[in-house]
Design a protein around this ligand. Structure first.
Ligand code: FE
Ligand code: FE
Ligand code: ZN
Length: 276
């Protein structure tokens, strides 16, 4: 089964997102757990979640992906910034137990002059404080473009974070096509090679989701500027290979392209056409 969807606004709740996903031709969706800049989350509406679960079961929505606010920094030098990150992620993960067994994606962090090794240690430290044995959510480290002092643009860095996390069975990876291409992994000309590298360093069993975005900037540019599918430096043919690759085809794919809803619908239709 092809699992495809896009990023949606969470403002109207879970049922509304699921209906919108289906309207757009998809069968999954991504959403921010709260305002992407941080702030407090709306309380979970049990009725909405119950209606969502019934609707999802009826419409073949099996996986959804929650995205942490991108302003969190799990390896910040400032203790207050770290505390805010811990509090927010812990609260998100507790709330996610209302929809058991789903995915929670976060940007590992920016080390801001502390250096990559310290960044890695702090990120694992954060995870060691917020994961608990009975949780059912899988927490995904997103592959980053390597903009500024971002940690997680090398597969080796993600591997080290996983290795230093006690409850590492709760962890997976979300591969962002724009980010890895910007980070210098040539998914256009050597997709097999990149996936073999991923397998050797992290293990493909950790790969749980794909962010499917074209890139406005060239290969290895470390910029992180998403483009519509087919209009950037990755290109339509590379996406056809990505969504059909044996190592990727059973994963859920999420568009985070610069689009309004009709643009997402068109991209979902295009990707369904490219699916073999
Ligand atoms: Fe992201
Ligand atoms: Fe992404
Ligand atoms: Zn991005």
């Amino acid at each position: 089964m092809f699992t495809i969807g896009c990023h949606l606004s969470a403002s109207k709740g879970y049922l509304a997102m699921a209906k919108q996903a289906v309207e757009l031709g998809g069968n999954t969706f991504q959403f921010f757990t709260r305002n992407p800049r941080g702030g407090t989350a709306k309380p979970i509406d049990e009725q909405d979640v119950a209606a969502f679960r019934a609707y999802a079961a009826e419409h073949g929505i099996r996986t959804i992906l929650a995205h942490a606010p991108y302003t969190l920094n799990a390896c910040a030098a400032d203790a207050r910034v770290m505390d805010f990150c811990l509090m927010t992620m812990k609260d998100d993960l507790e709330r996610m137990e209302a929809t058991p067994g789903q995915l929670y994606n976060f940007h590992p962090g920016s080390h801001v002059q502390q250096g990559i090794p310290t960044g890695i240690e702090k990120i694992a430290g954060t995870l060691n404080q917020i994961l608990w044995p009975e949780m059912t959510t899988t927490v995904l480290l997103e592959t980053m473009a390597g903009k500024g002092s971002e940690v997680g643009s090398r597969f080796e860095e993600l591997r080290e974070i996983i290795d230093r996390t006690e409850l590492s069975d709760k962890l997976g990876v979300c591969l962002d096509t724009c980010h890895v291409h910007d980070g210098g992994y040539d998914i256009v000309n050597d997709l097999d090679g990149v996936l073999t590298r991923f397998d050797n360093v992290i293990g493909l069993s950790r790969l749980r989701a794909v962010h499917i975005n074209d890139s406005k900037t060239p290969f290895n540019s470390h910029k992180d500027r998403h483009e519509k599918i087919g209009l950037g430096s990755i290109g339509t043919q590379a996406f056809a290979r990505i969504i059909n690759h044996p190592a990727l085809r059973d994963l859920p794919f999420y568009l985070e392209t610069p689009n309004e809803l009709d643009g997402y619908a068109a991209e979902i239709a295009l990707l369904k056409e490219l699916r073999t």
